[in-house]
Design a protein around this ligand. Structure first.
Ligand code: NAI
Length: 357
């Protein structure tokens, strides 16, 4: 998917000397929900990313342990606990801090360039992402209120489900606070792209590292629309039935993991990887790297819906350009029409919640 990210991880594991990475721009990344199933491996991956100079880990419980653990990795990011005296600081390194409890949320957020939110409850077998709405909507609303106060200019990477509703909730919270910038709010749909690439590579028998598949729409069931007609490298080996099966598997990828985990949560490791890939792309965009393109659920005019996932070019201010859908197959056109009703009502549900609470 992102050979460069894998390379960072491999280099970080090999290298003893981080002097070259130290030359990168100073960037602070905060993870909210850092002690959870996604938060922990995501903290590890962000600790290995040389673009991160300061890593702030926040959760309502358990963060000091995660921060202490991650802090022992000899990569540039320096881990500090709160209170800071708990752990030695390494001069010249970047910082990783662990925060716990609402009173420390402000300190965790201040100065952040990117805030990643995997806070909330995951699905259990038989649940849809929408079943999480009642708990996660309130969590996201509280965290976004704090973001608007302490780091209103940060890029926000929303992982908490249902993404189709939590992103509109965040937008409404920021609008109310007068800090909304549509270029800086992202629903993380990268895991759908990761899955589409993996499943396509397996079926088309092409090297997975070379595969690209845009995934558009939203992040739940039929709202996830992989565009296999635009997949590269192109494959003539796939029948219409194969494409239908690949589409269904991508849409049900989350449920496949939820059922395999049998009550112990949803995707965490692959999600942490996907979250790290997307955050890395945001950081590269902020640092002025040209032509950084990822799919994301953002404010959009690509369809009549106010939010929609499609390819997005990332730049120094967040979204530089929301790219269109390109040529769709008849099957994809049908999928697009079929997803609009559900996506519209999930967006409206989020907006309604934000206004009512
Ligand atoms: P988890 O239950 O293992 O971890 C969630 C963490 O959030 C816990 O450590 C909890 O203490 C923390 N938390 C709860 N309320 C908080 C608050 N107010 N402030 C800060 N932290 C808080 O759950 P997991 O597996 O890490 O999943 C997290 C979320 O990510 C879920 O909503 C899940 O549905 C979603 N998800 C999203 C995916 C995507 O593709 N966007 C894929 C997989 C999961």
């Amino acid at each position: 998917m992102r050979p460069s990210l894998l390379r960072y991880a491999a280099q970080a594991l090999r290298r003893r000397d981080y002097s070259s990475a130290a030359a990168a721009a100073e960037r602070k990344v905060a993870i909210l929900g850092a002690a959870g199933g996604i938060g922990q491996p995501l903290a590890l991956l962000m600790k290995l990313n040389p673009l991160v100079s300061s890593l702030s880990l926040y959760d309502i419980a358990g963060t000091p342990g995660v921060a202490a653990d991650v802090s022992h990795i000899n990569s540039p990011a320096l881990v500090r606990l709160h209170p800071p005296a708990c752990i030695p600081l390494l001069a010249g390194s970047s910082r990783v801090k662990g925060f716990v409890g609402e009173e420390q949320l402000g300190e965790a957020l201040e100065g952040s360039d990117v805030v990643i939110i995997p806070a909330g409850v995951p699905r259990k077998p038989g649940m849809t992402r929408d079943d999480l709405f009642n708990i996660n909507a309130g969590i996201v609303k509280g965290l976004c209120t704090a973001i608007s106060k302490y780091c209103p200019n940060a890029l926000v990477n929303m992982i908490s489900n249902p993404v189709n509703s939590t992103v509109p909730i965040a937008a409404e919270v920021f609008k109310k606070a007068g800090t909304y910038d549509e270029k800086k709010l992202f629903g993380v749909t990268t895991l759908d792209v990761v899955r589409a690439k993996t499943f396509y590579a397996g079926k088309a028998n092409v090297p997975v590292t070379e595969v690209n598949v845009p995934v558009v729409g939203g992040h739940a069931g039929i709202t996830i629309l992989p565009l296999f007609s635009q997949a590269t490298p192109a494959s003539n080996a796939l029948s219409h039935e194969d494409i239908k099966a690949l589409t269904k598997r991508t849409q049900d990828g989350g449920t496949e993991v939820v059922e395999a985990k049998a009550g112990k949560g949803s995707a965490t490791l692959s999600m942490a990887y996907a979250g790290a890939v997307f955050a890395d792309a945001c950081l590269k965009g902020l640092n002025g790297v040209p032509d950084v393109v990822e799919c994301s659920f953002v404010q959009s005019t690509v369809t009549e819906l106010p939010f929609f996932a499609s390819k997005v070019r990332l730049g120094k201010n967040g979204v530089e350009e929301v790219l269109g859908l390109g040529q769709l197959s008849e099957f994809e056109k049908e999928g697009l029409e079929n997803l609009k009703g559900e996506l519209k009502s999930s967006i409206e549900k989020g907006i309604k919640f934000a206004h009512a609470n």
